[in-house]
Write a protein that binds this ligand. Structure first.
Ligand code: G1P
Length: 290
C-alpha cells in the first residue's frame, strides 16, 4: 500500500431551503431535525470523525446559523447542568474542538457543484470528503470509514454507490460501471438525473464522496447541467480518465432523510435498535398496528 495524503477535511453542503419539510423548516434548518435525539447533521459529523476527518466545512446560507450553534459550547446550559449535577457527556459529540468547524456561505442556490466550489479556499490542495447529510448512512464501520479504507488502497476519487429500482434512477447521479473487485467498482462514466432509458445502470451516487482538489478547478466556470444547476456530477465526470475513479458499494443501510417517508423510516429503524428504548418502541409499534 502506497501512502496517500490523508483525508482530514470534509465539506457539508447545508445551504438548502428544506422546502419538503415546511412548515417545520421555516425557522430551523432541516439538518437540525432530529432522528430521535440527534440532529441529522450530527450523524454525518460523527461519521466523518469516525473516519479520521478533523475539519468540518459547512457551506451554509441565510437562516442556517443553528447548525453552527449546535457544535459550539452552550455555556449557560452547561453551567446549569453542572450545578444540578447532570452528566455532561451527552453533549460531547456536539462540542467541536476550536477551529474544527468552518463555515462559508453560498449566497445563491446554484446547485451542488456550486456549493462545493464555495469551499475551495478552505479545501486548498488537499483531497477532501463530501457528505450530503440528507443521506443517513448506518453501518459499522460507517460509510466514510469504508471509503477511506478503499481510498488507502486505490487513491484518486471515490463515491459511494447503491442500487435502486430502475424507476428511481432519474432522481440521482448514476454511474456507468466498469470492472468490479469486491466492494470496489471502476467508474467509466457519470450522468446526473438521466431519464430511465438513458441510465447506464441502477447504481446511484448516495451522498458520500472523496475527491481530489482538482475538482475545484473543474467546477470553476462550469456550465449548468441537469435542472439548470451547476452539477458536481458533471465536474466529476470530466475527471474520469485523468485520475483513478472508483465507486464503493456501502455495506450498511441508507435512509433518504430528504423525504418524509425516509425520515420516518430512519426514526423507527434506529429507535427499534436503541438499547434504552428498543423494546418499548417495538411494543408501541405493535399496539399501533393492531
Ligand atoms: C444529489 C446529487 C446526486 C446524488 C444525490 C444523492 O442530488 O446531485 O448525484 O445521487 O444527491 O442524494 P439532489 O438530491 O441534491 O438532487
Amino acid at each position: 500500500m502506497t501512502s496517500r495524503k490523508p483525508i482530514k477535511k470534509a465539506v457539508f453542503p447545508v445551504a438548502g431551503l428544506g422546502t419538503r419539510f415546511l412548515p417545520a423548516t421555516k425557522a430551523i434548518p432541516k439538518e437540525m431535525l432530529p432522528i430521535i435525539d440527534r440532529p441529522l447533521i450530527q450523524y454525518a459529523v460523527d461519521e466523518a470523525r469516525e473516519a479520521g476527518i478533523e475539519q468540518m466545512i459547512f457551506v451554509t446560507g441565510r437562516g442556517k446559523s443553528a447548525i453552527v450553534e449546535h457544535f459550539d459550547i452552550a455555556f449557560e446550559l452547561e453551567a446549569t447542568m453542572r450545578e444540578r449535577g447532570k452528566d455532561l457527556s451527552i453533549l460531547d459529540s456536539s462540542r467541536a474542538t476550536p477551529g474544527d468547524i468552518i463555515t462559508v456561505r453560498q449566497q445563491v442556490p446554484m446547485g451542488l457543484g456550486h456549493a462545493i466550489w464555495c469551499a475551495r479556499a478552505i479545501v486548498g490542495d488537499d483531497p477532501f470528503a463530501i457528505f450530503l447529510p440528507d443521506e443517513l448512512m448506518i453501518g459499522a464501520p460507517g460509510c466514510m470509514k469504508q471509503m477511506v479504507e478503499a481510498y488507502n488502497e486505490v487513491g484518486g476519487n471515490l463515491i459511494s454507490v447503491l442500487e435502486v429500482p430502475m424507476e428511481e434512477v432519474s432522481s440521482y447521479g448514476v454511474i456507468d460501471p466498469g470492472e468490479a473487485n469486491g466492494a470496489l467498482t471502476e467508474v467509466k462514466g457519470l450522468v446526473e438525473k438521466p431519464p430511465r432509458d438513458k441510465a447506464p445502470s441502477n447504481k446511484i451516487i448516495s451522498g458520500r464522496y472523496i475527491l481530489q482538489p482538482e475538482v475545484m478547478r473543474t467546477l470553476e466556470g462550469q456550465e449548468k447541467g441537469a435542472g439548470g444547476e451547476i452539477q458536481l456530477t458533471d465536474a466529476m465526470a470530466k475527471m474520469i480518465g485523468q485520475q483513478p475513479f472508483h465507486a464503493v458499494t456501502f455495506a450498511g443501510r441508507r435512509f433518504d432523510c430528504g423525504s418524509k417517508i425516509g425520515f420516518v423510516e430512519a426514526t423507527l429503524a434506529l429507535a427499534l435498535e436503541r438499547e434504552d428504548m428498543g423494546e418499548e418502541v417495538r411494543s408501541m409499534a405493535k399496539r399501533l398496528l393492531d
